[in-house]
Design a protein around this ligand. Sequence first.
Ligand code: G
Ligand code: G
Ligand code: G
Ligand code: MN
Ligand code: NA
Length: 261
Amino acid sequence: TTLEHELRGAIERGELRLAFQPVVAVPSVRPVGAEALLRWHHPELGQVRPDEFIPLAEECGMISKLGAWVLDQACQQLSRWLADGHDVWVSVNVSPRELHAPEYVVQVAEALRAHRVPPQRLVLEITEHVVATDLDELIRRLTVLRLTGVRIALDDFGTGYSSLGQLRRLPIDILKIDHSLVSEPDGTPGTTDLPGRPVAPMVDVVVRLGHQLGLEVIAEGVTNPTELASVVGAGCRFGQGQLFGWGVPAEHLEAMLDAAT
Ligand code: G
Ligand code: G
Ligand code: G
Ligand code: MN
Ligand code: NA
């Protein structure tokens, strides 16, 4: 396709950027981390959404190249923030195809080495959806990645693919509660949200589960003070979402870090 053709040249033409979405400690709302989110600005097509071009990159065998670029850029930015004295971590999203590529662990180690990043400052986000695949193989992959010293986050948790038995076996460090368990339905007519039950009990139980498994827990999709109160009430220590900010250019996140110190 033509989009595929355009994507092949996007790195060389400098059309890719990373946006950084703050992860904050709650209730202090102090920024402590950032999730790197890939952005593609095409000169004619404008912004192309990652949910469009990431699956395309996976299909056409480009994900490894894109992922290596993301790792390198994220580590470069992270090393600058650390050099400036900020106590911060950066996470990157890892697609299932990347995770299963033999060269991935080498790319991670290389990005850490090239930018002299302490490995525990880098977090790899694995979507809960990969748990549906071969569990033993996934455990082996994550175990090897963790030997580099990076931390692993299970992303989108609660969207339905992993059982509690599987969760217990996964070598991970962080649980990211999916926004669908954190954001209250906005009640706008025409949205697809079912009226349903309040989100607070869901947040409570997932936070307790995570902590009892020895994991850090991050609540995603915090959009208003009521949801923040539920998250804090559940004992959750970290939040992310619209209330604290969308993904922003590195300089903007840096300003937030500066303001907090
Ligand atoms: O902000 P948002 O539209 O960026 O993200 C849409 C989806 O794209 C999310 O599921 C997110 O995890 C994914 N995504 C964003 N950046 C990357 C990336 O660098 N690599 C991969 N594999 N997925 C990403
Ligand atoms: O799948 P993953 O969790 O990596 O995707 C992150 C996606 O969630 C990005 O598209 C990001 O822009 C989006 N996002 C960030 N904060 C919020 C929020 O408060 N509400 C919703 N609905 N989406 C959010
Ligand atoms: O910040 P800006 O004025 O560009 O945001 C316009 C609207 O677009 C916001 O109210 C928000 O709903 C949405 N938005 C902004 N950034 C993101 C993003 O990174 N991911 C998603 N999913 N939506 C965003
Ligand atoms: Mn993520
Ligand atoms: Na998520």
